[in-house]
Write a protein that binds this ligand. Structure first.
Ligand SMILES: [Zn+2]
Length: 242
């Protein structure tokens, strides 16, 4: 299917438009940050999309507010019995107060044990856990990069892991540098690999054009499935006929 992507801004809100051979307009608000995307039939012009978005601005803002408040509600406290995710699995945190060095360890497939000083507050606990996520994520990424460098005959000059609010990854193709979102440590490895392959394909093709999609299909034929798994279902969506 021929897909054409563009971007407009409506009342200060960035809106992604994906044009393809469909009959109706679909409007979705998506994670990780309440991104707004409209899938539109090929012949529908930007102005018509703009009007459609404007007429649903109240709804979009409600979805985004709901999403951000859910995100606040799920702010972690780093106390025992709290759920934390690692590589797509849910673990229960077990906090053990000790005087020794702080550390995190996995106990089987269900418990994440955090040993930490009694005085450590929420922020310190978060720091320790994020450090553990980072170390584990980096250990997973390194062999994946080597695997895909060989498959793609491409070279990643440098890479790193950091917290990003709106993106799973980024690639500076001129400098052959890749950043991956620390949150990927919470997702299944196949999702991490999809993001890595996406960013590495940018080493060959900078833009999200047909060539990019051809390369993705060639290297990772099931990338759409992995992408959908990563982003789950949209937070909210609406369809209307045009
Ligand atoms: Zn990209």
């Amino acid at each position: 299917m021929n897909i054409e992507r563009s971007r407009i801004t409506v009342s200060g809100l960035p809106v992604e438009i994906v044009r393809k051979a469909i009959k109706n307009l679909h409007l979705g608000v998506y994670p990780p940050n309440g991104r707004v995307r409209v899938a539109a039939p090929v012949r529908v012009r930007d102005e018509a999309v703009r009007l459609a978005v404007i007429s649903r601005l109240g709804w979009i803002k409600r979805q985004r507010r709901r999403f951000h408040s859910q995100e606040r509600q799920s702010a972690r406290e780093y106390v025992s019995r709290e759920s934390h995710y690692f590589l797509g699995r849910r673990y229960l945190l077990n906090v053990i107060e000790s005087n020794g060095p702080s550390r995190v360890s996995r106990k089987g497939h269900t418990i994440l044990e955090l040993q930490i000083s009694k005085r450590a507050g929420r922020l310190r606990r978060e720091q320790i856990l994020l450090g553990w996520y980072r170390k584990n994520l980096k250990a997973l990424i390194l062999p994946l990069i080597e695997k895909w460098e060989a498959k793609m005959s491409a070279k990643v000059e440098s890479w790193g892991v950091r917290r990003m609010k709106t993106k799973w990854g980024s690639c500076n193709s001129a400098e052959q540098r890749i950043w991956l979102n620390l949150e990927l440590a919470k997702k299944p490895v196949r999702c991490l690999e999809y993001i890595l392959v996406h960013e590495m394909v940018h080493l060959i093709e900078r833009h999200h054009n047909d060539q990019f999609t051809i390369l993705m299909d060639q290297f990772l034929p099931n990338w759409r499935q992995r992408r959908d798994e990563l982003n789950h279902a949209p937070l909210a969506h609406e369809t209307w006929s045009y």
